[in-house]
Design a protein around this ligand. Structure first.
Ligand code: NAP
Length: 542
């Protein structure tokens, strides 16, 4: 690292993580004239799109709405092949962006942060990596992601398995050979659901171990035609406006009506249209009251159950695939082509862990309460320690001895989902209470923009400490707790409540007020004395 500058730091802004959010944070910091550097744990950039490289990993937000929209030139220079791009294309895009904006020289890969300690006297963070690199920075932007710590199931004997075992969230860089292998996939969230159809034609046999059935619907992907591309480019400003102001951060056309506007027959026709719609449009273009009116949601679920029964030939399997414990949207639904169709293949089976739980993994396979099955490959598609996983494992120590790993044992307390009292100058866009359940990068862009503007404000006004007050944090947390029961992602047994990790406290980890509430609260803060109240003037550095 470069020697310390005059004001006692190596770098003004240190970004941790070079995923979608971290790359943007680095770009914004440099563009705003700060000295900036990134430490990235992986050997390449991309974050989730670097680690989740299992077959058929892809966006389920439209490529051009998930990608960066800060530059029209970039928007025009990168031509996405499909509405929903695959992981290799996404990883190439992120590398393209890094080179296009000369960011690579500022990024150190293979540098996993081991500790981040606030030096109160020096008003700086001292960040140390596992390799022993030490960086002293005025501001830290920890863009470490909510889905970056893979979660393995708490099952006896995981380490005894003698075949190959992989986690979808930590997929190897060398190709995994599935040809003629006996494969188990544990987990049927978006990752497990994407993997099954991608390998079913290659493997000798595949068993999908399902604990909770999901409302999986078709992705309805398509190539992006020249006409579509031209329209997007021509309407760039309009596209940006919608993506930066709509609650969900998608371009989807709203239905424009409540369910009561249609007769029962018209509603069935409407559901057919929704079934054929792309990705998240099944939520965002559905009836306005799909997530607030239990009866209409139940009707839509019955429609989906009918679809599952009509696709899956074996009625017992079909019945097992139909959720009975949550409405559509209450858990994050996967959007995947050919998921249900895969179970019609003679070499694919569904194993219901509700009926026959796993007893243990052993050297040759998996034993359930029903029987033992042998495998060559086990894939853990069992998700992540969502929201808090990375931040609480990074040795973060704030003001007055605050230890983030213990402070957040009862759930994260933060302000605006990206900062916290007693963590001066430390920001975590994309962290807990960050996203509201829409298109993640659009939420994170809001946060990074606000953070960067705040750093610029601090520089212009001679401040070098920003820390939300206890009162600001309490007000934000009250909003989270009050609105959480009203969130569409209300299934308490989902990772949005931390429920997938044994022993993790069950607290809501999204922003139930959504983008509107985030903007309202940040707008209120910046227009009142509360904003300046969160800054402290520079004290002479010893
Ligand atoms: P996930 O949604 O958390 O799903 C994990 C799966 O593993 C669930 O089916 C879960 O069952 C199961 N599971 C967890 N622990 C288990 C245990 N001990 N025994 C048996 N089963 C267990 O994880 P994910 O599929 O990796 O997706 C995580 C997030 O990543 C998504 O919400 C999404 O935001 C993102 N993602 C997006 C895409 C995309 O298309 N762009 C693709 C993949 C992932 P339960 O439901 O019973 O807990």
């Amino acid at each position: 690292m470069a020697g310390q500058s005059d004001n006692g730091v190596d770098v003004e802004v240190l970004v941790i993580g070079a995923g979608v959010v971290g790359i943007y944070a680095l770009y914004r910091a440099l563009d705003a004239g700060f000295s900036a550097r990134t430490l990235e744990a992986g050997d390449g950039v991309g974050g989730v799109w670097y680690w989740n490289r299992y077959p058929s990993a892809r966006f389920d937000s439209e490529s051009y709405t998930y990608a960066y929209i800060f530059s029209k030139e970039l928007f025009d220079e990168w031509r996405w092949k499909e509405e929903f791009a695959t992981q290799p294309e996404i990883e190439s895009y992120l590398n393209f962006v890094v080179d296009r904006f000369d960011l690579r020289e500022h990024i150190s890969t293979g540098e996993k942060v081991a500790s981040a300690v606030y030096d109160e006297a020096g008003r700086a963070w001292v960040v140390t990596t596992e390799k022993g690199t030490v960086v002293r920075a005025r501001w830290v932007i920890s863009a470490t992601g909510g889905l970056s710590v893979p979660h393995y199931p708490e099952i006896e004997g995981l380490e005894d398995f003698r075949g190959r075992a992989y986690h979808t969230g930590a997929w190897p860089h060398t190709p995994v050979d599935f040809a003629d292998k006996r494969v188990a996939i544990i987990g049927n969230g978006p990752s497990g659901a994407q993997l099954l159809p991608a390998i079913v034609d290659t493997v000798a046999a595949v068993d999908l171990y399902q604990r909770t059935p999901t409302w999986t619907t078709p992705l309805n992907n398509a190539p992006i035609s020249d006409e579509r591309q031209a329209w997007l480019s021509e309407h760039f400003d309009e596209v940006v406006k919608i993506l930066t102001t709509s609650p969900s951060g998608f371009l989807h056309e709203p239905a424009g009506k409540f369910s009561t506007a249609d007769s029962p027959e018209q509603r069935q026709e409407f559901y057919e249209k929704i079934w054929r719609s792309p990705g998240f449009a099944k939520l965002t273009s559905n009836y306005y009251d799909i997530t607030t009116n239990r009866e209409v949601n139940l009707e839509f679920c019955e429609f989906l159950a009918g679809k599952i029964r009509s696709i899956v030939k074996d009625p017992v399997t079909a019945q097992r695939l139909i959720p009975t414990d949550h409405l559509f949207g209450a858990k994050r639904p996967p959007f995947v082509a050919n998921y249900y169709e895969s179970f019609n293949e003679p070499n694919a089976s569904l194993i219901s862990l509700r009926e026959t739980p796993i007893v243990r993994v052993d050297a040759t396979g998996i034993e359930t309460t029903e029987r033992h099955r042998e495998y060559d490959v086990i894939v853990y598609a069992t998700g992540f320690d969502f929201g808090t996983g990375a931040l609480t494992r990074m040795g973060v120590r704030g003001r007055d001895g605050l230890d983030l790993s213990t402070d957040w044992e009862d759930g994260p307390s933060d302000f605006a989902g990206f900062s916290a009292h007693r963590l001066p100058n430390f920001f975590f866009p994309g962290g807990p209470h960050g996203a509201g359940g829409g298109n993640y990068p659009r939420y994170s862009q809001d946060q990074v923009d606000w953070i960067t503007d705040t750093l610029v404000y601090a520089r212009e006004h001679g401040f070098d400490v920003f820390e939300p007050t206890e009162a600001q944090q309490d007000a934000w947390m009250t909003m989270i707790e009050t609105l959480a029961p009203q969130s569409i992602f209300s299934a308490e047994h989902s990772h949005y409540y931390g429920a997938n990790v044994q022993g993790k406290v069950r607290k809501f980890l999204l922003n139930p007020g959504g983008r509107g509430k985030l903007h309202e609260i940040l707008g209120e803060m910046t227009s009142t004395e509360d904003y300046t109240g969160a800054f402290t003037q520079s004290a002479p550095v010893a």
